[in-house]
Design a protein around this ligand. Sequence first.
Ligand code: ATP
Ligand code: MG
Length: 447
Amino acid sequence: MEPLIIHREDHPISRKDIDPDTVRVLYKLKDAGFEAYLVGGAVRDLLLGRRPKDFDLATSARPNDLRRLFRNSRIVGRRFRIVHVFFGSKNVEVATLRSMVEPSGSSDLYIDDDNQWGDLESDSFRRDFTVNALYYDIRDFAVIDYTGGVKDLHDHLIRCIGDPRVRLQEDPVRMLRAVKFAARFGYTIEPETDAAMRALPAEILKASRFRVTEEVFRILLQPNRDVGLRLLNEYGLLRQIYPEWLDAIGEDGFAQVLDFFAAAERAAADDRYYPIEVLATGLFIPLLDSVDLEVDHFHRVAARVTSEIASLSRAMDLPRRLTAAAVDMLRGQLYMLFFHHRPKRVKRYVSYPGFDLVWRVHELAFGHLEELRDIQEIWLEAREQLRRPIGGVVDAPDKRDIFSFRGKTGGGRHSGQGGRGRPHERGDDKDGEEEWIPFVDEDEAGA
Ligand code: ATP
Ligand code: MG
C-alpha cells in the first residue's frame, strides 16, 4: 500500500528540534546503508509543536548490526529486543523494524513474542494508535504515514490501528494508553476504538499490574490529569483495576479526588507542580471524611486511616514508597486539624521538614473550604515566624521515573516486558531518592 508522504517543506519538523545524539545515530545508520527513522511519540509531538519526552528510532538494521555499528550499545529485552546506544548517562533507543506477530494460541489474542523483523509498512501496522505510527526519514526528512495518523492528528482523534477489538485484546494496556493520549492532548477517542473500550474493560486484568500502575500514574502526572482520571472511570477501567478503592471512597469520594486533581491542574497552569507523593496522597483524601473532631482522638483516627491506606494500597499494588508518603501526609492532615489550638505543637510541627508537603496536600484538598480558614491562618502564621518559605512545589513537572517508586514488581503475563519492548529493570530504587521521613510526635500517644 502507498503511504502518505509529507515532504520536508510541508511539515514543521527540523533537525534542530531533535536531540543531537539521536540525529547522530540516525546519520550513522544511514551512512552504513540502513533505513533509519525517528518514530512514535517524538514525531507526533514535533508535528504538534511540542517538545518530545524521548526520541525513539526504528531502523532496518538488526540488533547484531547495531551492536557492531555502535560500540557503546547494548541489546535489551527478550520478548521485544531493542538496542540502547549510550551517550554518557543518556541512551537512545533503537528498534529494528518489525512485523505484526500472529497471535500464538487458539482464541487467545495475547501476544508474547514480538521479534519478527519487517519493513516500514509492517512496522507501522503493529503500533498502537495512528498518531503514534508516523516516521521521520533521515534520508529526505519526509514524514511517512501508512495509517492515517496525520489526518487523525489534525482531527484530534485517538484511533486504534486495525480492528480495535483485536488490538485492545492483544495488549489491554492500550486502553490506558488511549485514555492517556486523549486526556493529554484533549483529543477524542474515535468511535470504533471507543466502542471497543467500552466493551472490553475487564481485559485490563490480563495485563501486568506493573504496566497498569505505570500508565495510571503517567495519567495522574501529565497535563489534564483530572480529565484522565474521569475518563478512566467512565470507561469502567477504574472499576476493574481498583475496585476496593472505589468502594472505599464511594461516589462522593471520587468527586473529591477529581477536585483534588483539578486543583493540581490549575496549579500546573501556573507552572506550579507537585511531587508524585503529593498527587498519590490525593487518592486517599476521602478517607478523612468520616473523622469527627468532636469525638475522635487523634491517635485512634490516625491508626485507622493508616491501616485503611495500607490495605487499599496493597490491593492497588502501589509502590511502598508512595504508600508510606500517603500515610504520613494524611496523618499530617489530621495533626493540623486536631492540634491547631496547641501552640507548642504548632510551632514544632511547622518546622518539621515534612510539613511543606503536608501543607501542599492540605492546600489541594481543603484550600477551598471557608470553614477551615481560621485553622489555616494559625498554621500559616506559625510557619511565617520561621521565615522559611513553604516548599513542596516546583516549577517543572515531576519527572522522576515512577519505576523507582515501585515497591514490588507486578505479576501477570506481561511482567518484565513492556509492549514497546522496554525491559523494566528490576533493580532496587536507582536514583538515590531520599527516604520518606515520618514525623514522630513524642506526645502523640497522650493526645
Ligand atoms: P510518550 O510521549 O508518552 O512517550 P509515546 O507515543 O512515545 O508517548 P511510548 O510509550 O514512548 O509512547 O512508546 C513509543 C512508541 O511505541 C509509541 O508511539 C507506539 O508507536 C509504540 N508503542 C508503545 N506502546 C505500544 C503498545 N502497547 N502497543 C503498540 N505500540 C506501542
Ligand atoms: Mg515516548
